[in-house]
Design a binder for this molecule. Structure first.
Ligand SMILES: CC(C)(COP(=O)(O)OP(=O)(O)OC[C@H]1O[C@@H](n2cnc3c(N)ncnc32)[C@H](O)[C@@H]1OP(=O)(O)O)[C@@H](O)C(=O)NCCC(=O)NCCS
Length: 180
């Protein structure tokens, strides 16, 4: 995946092995995982697995979430971007093989507009570079930060639905944006 996007305050680039420390800080935090199934990771190995999984998507699907880096300090702050969801990952029984926009940040970087800024760049890339017609998104009910971000980057709320997987049951919300 060859990506380098600059926004006002951010650089979006591929996720790298050197992002391990930041990925671990982010994904081991229970607050970050509150609306993501409540399963924060416990080890650096799991953080490396998450990185490997994203890198594999770049190779196999030509797209995956990007690292979001502070333009001035070059610090890894989280990830954001477009993902192709296979049937196994789709979190919607009626939908598979769709592109969605998503983001996740280390807690100390929340509330600064980074999800909005990176999400807008991702939507722009989806329509202008990838030439997609529609981009979707999913949040868990109650995840107001994510809901508000999606609305700010231009998605429309579509409907709520219940999704069950293994021992977990999720109240989810479905969103979409179409190319103008
Ligand atoms: C969701 C998340 C990425 C938002 O990132 P962020 O950079 O803090 O979001 P922004 O600063 O761009 O905020 C976007 C909008 O949401 C609002 N918002 C942010 N946090 C909020 C909160 N806790 N409750 C309600 N609204 C909130 C902001 O005020 C802003 O709207 P405004 O400009 O009208 O005020 C971040 O909270 C996160 O990483 N959460 C954990 C992972 C997660 O849940 N990811 C989404 C899964 S679907």
């Amino acid at each position: 995946m060859d990506i380098y996007i600059e926004t006002e305050r951010l650089i979006l680039r591929p996720v790298l092995d050197t992002d391990l420390k930041g990925m671990f800080e982010m994904d081991s935090d229970p607050e970050v995982h509150k609306y993501l199934g409540n399963k924060p990771i416990k080890t650096k190995e799991e953080a490396q697995e998450a990185i490997n999984y994203i890198k594999k998507q770049y190779q196999e699907r030509g797209i995956g979430r990007w690292a979001v880096v502070n333009k001035d300090t070059k610090e890894f702050m989280g990830w954001s971007g477009i993902k192709l969801n296979t049937k196994k990952e789709s979190y919607n029984p009626n939908f598979s093989n769709f592109y969605d926009v998503g983001y996740r940040f280390i807690k100390r970087y929340w509330g600064k507009g980074y999800a909005t800024e990176s999400g807008k760049a991702a939507i722009d890339y989806a329509f202008k570079t990838m030439k997609l017609e529609t981009v979707y998104a999913i949040t868990e009910m109650g995840n107001d930060a994510s809901h508000n971000t999606l609305i700010k980057i231009g998605l429309d709320y579509v409907e709520d639905y219940i999704f069950e997987i293994e021992d977990q049951k999720f109240d989810l919300r479905w969103y979409k944006i179409e190319k103008e």
